[in-house]
Ligand binder design. Structure first.
Ligand SMILES: C[S@@+](CC[C@H](N)C(=O)[O-])C[C@H]1O[C@@H](n2cnc3c(N)ncnc32)[C@H](O)[C@@H]1O
Length: 273
């Protein structure tokens, strides 16, 4: 890994200024996101042929739901789950756990037939260099699978309590820890630029219905990023409360941010010089 940390505009990092793992409920927040997206991720893994014989790397593994499902459902040989904080990850047969910052040089030794990272790179200002480093960890014939958030709303999307706080959340997270989802639709080109082939991508947007995992994920995420949101001046405390009530009501008529998953393969043969 030939990467190093870059500063966010506000100088903060994921897990330090916002989304601190030691704050009560952070594991549950990650699990609500996992509940909304794990089936989609696993369907893509199956379609890509991930299965027995594969050694896998799960970067920024969080609570380890995908690492475990790769072992239990896909039947892969082994998973290395890496995170900057591994308190939510427990080792078990086939599952190795490594505490490391993926922006540090040489944090991880490869190669792996599958390298996966979901909802991690969007929080890293140095994401382009990390994508290059992750591509280097893929074995010949293996695949890099990267998922991050995309916001399908635009300036013409009618204002709702939901869209108002979401705009403040993206702006607040960008200013505080460098989160940026504006580049996520460029994933196919970024993977191609990292030397991968047969690149493709898909998007899933979970329905925002009252009580759904994605609604609970956003409510929890706003709570944890409230200070960053208020600092933008775009919303006040009352707007956040109103948006949480709105998500849980029959009034809710909004389009959630979704998940873009992109993948690309490492050629079996070295390119000719
Ligand atoms: C939003 S959670 C996603 C967890 C999991 N990938 C999922 O989709 O359920 C982001 C995870 O990335 C980890 N993370 C953030 N920055 C990291 C870094 N620089 N190095 C390693 N892990 C990092 C966080 O600790 C957290 O567990």
């Amino acid at each position: 890994m030939a990467a190093s940390r870059e500063d966010a505009p506000g100088g903060g990092r994921y897990g330090e200024a916002v989304f601190r793992p030691e704050q009560a409920g952070e594991g549950e927040r990650i699990d609500f996101g996992a509940l909304a997206y794990d089936d989609i991720t696993m369907a893509r893994m199956r379609a890509l042929g991930v299965g027995p014989g594969w050694r896998c790397l799960d970067v920024g593994a969080g609570t380890g739901t995908i690492s475990r499902r790769l072992l239990d459902e896909a039947g892969v040989d082994g998973v290395l789950a890496v995170d900057r904080d591994v308190r939510f990850l427990a080792e078990r047969p086939g599952l190795d756990v490594l505490e490391a910052d993926i922006t540090s040089p040489d944090a991880i030794r490869g190669p792996f037939r599958l390298v996966h990272a979901r909802f991690v790179l969007m929080h890293l200002p140095e994401h382009e260099r990390v994508i290059t480093s992750l591509a280097e960890l893929v074995a010949p014939g293996g695949v890099l699978v990267l998922s991050d958030a995309v916001d399908p709303t635009s300036e013409r999307t009618p204002a709702t309590p939901y869209t108002r706080v979401m705009r403040a959340m993206w702006e607040g997270l960008r200013a505080t820890i460098g989160t940026d989802v504006s580049w996520v639709p460029s994933y196919p080109q970024l993977l191609r630029g990292a030397g991968l082939v047969s690149v493709a991508a898909e998007i899933h947007v979970p329905p925002l219905v009252p009580g759904s995992p994605i609604s609970r994920f956003w409510a929890d995420t706003w709570e944890r990023s409230r200070a960053a949101m208020l600092a933008t001046g775009l919303v006040e405390d009352g707007d956040v409360e109103a948006a949480v009530r709105y998500l849980d009501s029959d009034e809710c008529a909004a389009l959630s941010a979704g998940m873009l998953t992109a993948w690309g393969w490492k050629s079996e043969e070295e390119p000719r010089r």
